[in-house]
Design a protein around this ligand. Structure first.
Ligand code: BG6
Length: 516
C-alpha cells in the first residue's frame, strides 16, 4: 500500500453517521486502515445524523461495530482511543442549509489548525432518498466546487430504474464534476474480483483461448443462503434484479468479457467495461420470458433449520410479488463472444453462499478415445471462486491410473489463503483507501450505471405488466425455480457451485465431480 505520508490531510464526512452502514462497514474499515498505518496523520471523521448523540455515545456505539467486524478483532483500549479521537459527531438535518454551513466552518477550523489544504470526502451512508438532496446542499454551501479536493461517495442503489438513475446522475453532475464522484459497488473491492483482471491480463496463457472459439459458455453465480434479514422494507421495493444483477453481476460480466486494456488508467479500464455493456444484445420485450426467470422463496430448510418464506419476513408485504431469485441468459454481439451464452443467476435462501464465475470450454474437435474410456466425461472448466473460498480451480481430463485408458475429470487449484499469508482486506477498506488516494478505477462511472439499467429496463417493464402467478415458486434451501433449466442452451447444465475444497484441506478434494 501507498505510505500514509503521501495522502493529503483528510476530513471524512459521513452523512448517516449514526446508521447501520457506518457501524457495520465504514468505521471498521477506517479503523483497519488506521491499524495498517494507512491513514494520514491529519485525519478527522465527522459523523452527521439527525439523532441526538454526544461524541462519546457515538464512539461507544462505533467501537462495538469495530469489535464485531474489524479484521484485527476486538479493539484494544490504546488503539481504539487513538483512533476514536479523530471522530466527531454533529447533529444535523440533511435538508437544512445550516447543517452544511456549520460543517463548512468545522472543516475550515481543522484546515486552519493543520495549516494545510484538506481533502474533503463526503460519504452518503443515508437512505437513497437523500442521495439527490445532499449534493445540492453541498453545492449551495460552497463545499463541492474544489475539483481536486472535494469528493462525494454514493452507494448503490444508483436509482431505481433508468430514469431515476439519470436524474440522480444529473443532480450529482450539477454540483460535482464526474471526476469528483465515487459510485461504490462493493463487489469491485473484493480481492478476488480484482484478481480477474490480474488473471486475465497478467498471464499470456489464457488470453488466446478466452473467446468464442474455445469457450462454450460462461456461468456467473452469486447466491446466498441468507434471506432478506432486517432489510425487508428496502428489498421488497427492489428485488433481486435491482439489488444484485444491475450492479454486482453486471460488474462481473464486464470483467470477464472485456477486451484487454491498454494501460491501468482508470478511464481506460472503465471504457472497456462500458464496451461490454454496449455489446450485450438487447432483450426484446417479447423474449423476456424465454431468457429471464424470476423466483421467490417459500418456507423451507437451510442447514437443518426451518426458515420462513419471503412473504413472512419482516417488512415484506404478505402478497409480495418481489423476486428473490433471477436467472438470465445473455449474448454479447461482438467478435470475441458471438454465440457464447452468458448465464447469470442470483438468489436468496439457496442452499449455500457462493459467488463464482465458471468458464466452460468447448470439447475436443474429435474424440480419439473409445467411448467407454470417458464415461465420466465432464466439460473442462475454469472456476474463479469469489467467495467464500477465494481461489481458482481448473478442471480437465486425466487418465485414471490402471491398465485401461479411462479418463476422469480432475482439478488443479489455487487458494488465496494457501498462497498469500494474512487476511485479505475487506472490500470497503480497499474502496475507502482508493477514495482517499483519489483513484476511481474501482468505481462506477455514470455511463456504466446507465448502460446497465438500459439493458434491464425491458425486463422490469415486462415484469411490471405481468405479475407472477406462481410465487412463491421455490422452497428455501433449494436451487431456485425449476424453469431455470429452460434457459440453458445446447445441453448446458448449471455447474455445481460452492464446493471447492477449503484451502489446505486435501481430504475434501474433488467434490465437483457430481454435477447438481
Ligand atoms: C448487497 C445486496 O449489495 O450485496 C445484498 O444489497 C446482498 O442483498 C449483498 O446480500 C451481498 O454482498 P456480499 O459481499 O455479502 O456477497
Amino acid at each position: 500500500m501507498k505510505p500514509n505520508d503521501q495522502l493529503d490531510p483528510t476530513i471524512f464526512v459521513i452523512f448517516g453517521g449514526a446508521g447501520d452502514l457506518t457501524w457495520r462497514k465504514l468505521i471498521p474499515a477506517l479503523y483497519d486502515l488506521s491499524q495498517d498505518r494507512s491513514l494520514p496523520e491529519q485525519f478527522a471523521i465527522i459523523a452527521i445524523d439527525r439523532t441526538k448523540l454526544g461524541d462519546d455515545a457515538l464512539r461507544h456505539r462505533l467501537r462495538d461495530g469495530v469489535n464485531q467486524f474489524s479484521r484485527f478483532g476486538k479493539a484494544e483500549g490504546a488503539a481504539w482511543n487513538k483512533f476514536a479521537q479523530h471522530i466527531q459527531y454533529q447533529q444535523g438535518d440533511f435538508q437544512k442549509l445550516q447543517t452544511y454551513t456549520s460543517l463548512g466552518r468545522q472543516c475550515a477550523t481543522l484546515e486552519k489548525q493543520w495549516g494545510a489544504k484538506v481533502h474533503r470526502i463526503f460519504y452518503m451512508a443515508t437512505p437513497p432518498s437523500m442521495f439527490g438532496e445532499i449534493p445540492k446542499y453541498l453545492g449551495k454551501a460552497g463545499l463541492a466546487h474544489d475539483r481536486a479536493l472535494a469528493h462525494i461517495v454514493v452507494e448503490k442503489p444508483i436509482g431505481y430504474d433508468l430514469n431515476s438513475a439519470r436524474a440522480l446522475n444529473a443532480t450529482l453532475g450539477a454540483n460535482f464534476d464526474e471526476s469528483q464522484i465515487f459510485r461504490i459497488d462493493h463487489y469491485l473491492g473484493k480481492e478476488t474480483v480484482q484478481n480477474i483482471l490480474a488473471f486475465r491480463f497478467a498471464n499470456p496463457l489464457f488470453e488466446p483461448i478466452w473467446n468464442r472459439r474455445y469457450v462454450d459458455c460462461v456461468f456467473i453465480t452469486a447466491v446466498e443462503a441468507v434471506g432478506v434479514e432486517h432489510r425487508g422494507g428496502y428489498y421488497d421495493h427492489a428485488g433481486a434484479l435491482r439489488d444484485m444483477v444491475q450492479n454486482h453481476l453486471m460488474q462481473l460480466l464486464c470483467l470477464v468479457a472485456m477486451e484487454p486494456m491498454v494501460s491501468f488508467d482508470a478511464d481506460e479500464i472503465r471504457n472497456k467495461k462500458v464496451d461490454v455493456l454496449h455489446a450485450v444484445r438487447p432483450i426484446h420485450p417479447d423474449a423476456v420470458h424465454q431468457c429471464v426467470v424470476r423466483g421467490q422463496y417459500g418456507e423451507g430448510w437451510i442447514g437443518g433449520k426451518k426458515v420462513p418464506g419471503y412473504r413472512q419476513e419482516d417488512g415484506v408485504a404478505p402478497d409480495s410479488q418481489t423476486e428473490t431469485y433471477v436467472a438470465l441468459r445473455l449474448f454479447l454481439d461482438n467478435w470475441r463472444w458471438q454465440g457464447v451464452p452468458f448465464y447469470l443467476r442470483t438468489g436468496k435462501r439457496l442452499p449455500r453462499q457462493t459467488s463464482e464465475i465458471t468458464i466452460q470450454f468447448r470439447g475436443v474437435p474429435h474424440q480419439s478415445f473409445p467411448a467407454e474410456s470417458s464415461l465420466d466425461w465432464q466439460p473442462s472448466r475454469l472456476v474463479m471462486s469469489i467467495q467464500p473460498h477465494e481461489g481458482i480451480v481448473l478442471r480437465f481430463q486425466a487418465k485414471q491410473p490402471g491398465p485401461k485408458m479411462h479418463l476422469r475429470s480432475v482439478e488443479m487449484q489455487f487458494n488465496y489463503r494457501d498462497a498469500f499469508a494474512g487476511q485479505s482486506p475487506d472490500a470497503y477498506e480497499t474502496l475507502l483507501w482508493d477514495v482517499m488516494k483519489n483513484d476511481p478505477t474501482l468505481f462506477m462511472r455514470a455511463d456504466q450505471v446507465e448502460a446497465a439499467w438500459s439493458l434491464l429496463m425491458p425486463v422490469l417493464d415486462v415484469w411490471a405488466q405481468a405479475p407472477p402467478s406462481d410465487f412463491p415458486n421455490y422452497a428455501a434451501g433449494t436451487w431456485g425455480p425449476e424453469d431455470t433449466q429452460g434457459l440453458l442452451a445446447q445441453g448446458h447444465t448449471w455447474p455445481s457451485t460452492g464446493e471447492s475444497p477449503e484451502p489446505g484441506d486435501p481430504k475434501k478434494k474433488d467434490p465437483r465431480r457430481k454435477p447438481r
